[in-house]
Design a protein around this ligand. Sequence first.
Ligand code: KG4
Ligand code: ZN
Length: 334
Amino acid sequence: MKDLYILGIESSCDETSASIVKNGTTEIATVISSQIDIHKDYGGVVPEIASRQHVKNITIVLEECLEKANLTMNDIDAIAITYGPGLIGSLLIGLEAAKTLSFIYNKPLIPVHHIAGHIYANNLVKELSFPLLAVVVSGGHTELVKMTGHYKFKKLGGTLDDAIGECYDKVARVIGLEYPGGPKLDKLAGLGKNTYKLPVPLKDDSYNFSFSGLKSAVINLVHNEEQRGNEINKEDLACSFQSVAIEEVVSKVRKAIIEEDIKNIIVAGGVAANKGLRSKIEELAKELDVDLTIPPLKYCTDNATMVAAAGYYAYLDGRVSDLRLNSKSQDVLM
Ligand code: KG4
Ligand code: ZN
């Protein structure tokens, strides 16, 4: 079969990114413009500012990506775009760019669900093997997805409230860490001991998660200690929080491996960078004898490489859209 070059575009949150990937596995060139430094001052992503930054950056990022790859639009076979879920204003900027290129250069337009992107980031490391369990842990998502083949997704469960990354960022903020606090909280947890008693979130028989109760418990604990004039041991609190948050994920992963006859696990999304989660899942994979892939850091957080990789398989699956394609802030992965 002829080589297929997919141009991926990602703008669902605060990264504007373009990437060219060959045959869903080989990264040719990627450009990412991150807005973290701009949103840091506000303690989180400000949607209106994010949209404006995407408008500023999108054409520059696209031009730089083609230049870096030493290719022109004529070499591109199809355009993969994150249509959702995400911030609607941000999504629309990437989508309009993708539609414009699709129209001008007469290239197929492939809609990619953001979570499919995070999952297919792993395909850039090692080709996916099935049946597979994708543990999707990011700032916006916490989901367990079973795959029985390429682009065959079945959501087993997900968070009923906050996403795990969102919970990390909020807990980090209350103990005085700068946005995005997840990585800093992870580092602090490595220096502390599990001494604070925190509630176990959702001990039920489903594949669902809950993080808002845990988040509130930490916030209340910090405020109560402050009012009493007591000093918080930040390292120990970070370690105690991390133990509970990760056990919440790992216990459901264990259940899924056993009950769903899983042979391969992949971890996807920004929280896949978490040291505590990585080591617990590694232990579990060893114990239950399943194959584990965790992508390197650069593929964990939002990027268009993962979108182009997913786009290749979506294209092979016939998932081509016309120019009526719209962005969706919420959408189920199917
Ligand atoms: O996948 P991502 O870039 O964005 C979404 O699609 O949501 O994930 C970003 C999230 C942030 O909440 C960030 O704090 C979290 O991933 N994160 C971490 C770590 N590295 C990034 N959370 C915990 N431990 C980490 N090491
Ligand atoms: Zn993401």
